[in-house]
Design a protein around this ligand. Structure first.
Ligand code: SF4
Length: 117
């Protein structure tokens, strides 16, 4: 997978190619460290599958790891984390159980990442 970040911090207007190989990002086309730094920030602001922890009740652990079923827009991640961290899940619960449907009207669900008896 690759994408292009267009740096316009100076008149050089570099096109920085970002190639993702085996979950490692490689950058090319930048002429200075400022451009490389901006391209890395850009990559980190992409839509993501979000992982977080919800509140777990009726169990020894107090939280349970969960994730979204698809990538959610970067701008929604802070609000999604707040919702997830305030959601209560009662044990016992299966791995993959839906704990939030259609989070923030994205059409994406949030599911558990482990089974708790
Ligand atoms: S990477 Fe550096 S040289 Fe290239 S446009 Fe950006 S700031 Fe200018």
């Amino acid at each position: 997978m690759s994408n292009i970040y267009y740096c316009n911090k100076c008149k050089n207007n570099c096109s920085i190619e970002i190639v993702n190989i085996n979950s490692h990002a490689y950058y090319s086309g930048y002429k200075c460290s400022k451009g490389l730094s901006d391209a890395k920030s850009h990559l980190n602001q992409e839509d993501k599958i979000l992982t977080a922890r919800a509140i777990l009740t009726n169990a020894k652990m107090s939280t349970i790891p969960v994730r979204t079923t698809d990538k959610i827009p970067f701008s929604l991640i802070p609000d999604a984390i707040k919702i997830i961290e305030n959601t209560k899940v009662k044990a016992p619960i299966e791995k993959g159980a839906v704990i939030i449907e259609n989070i923030l009207d994205t059409g994406i669900n949030v599911v558990t990442l482990r089974k708790v008896l």
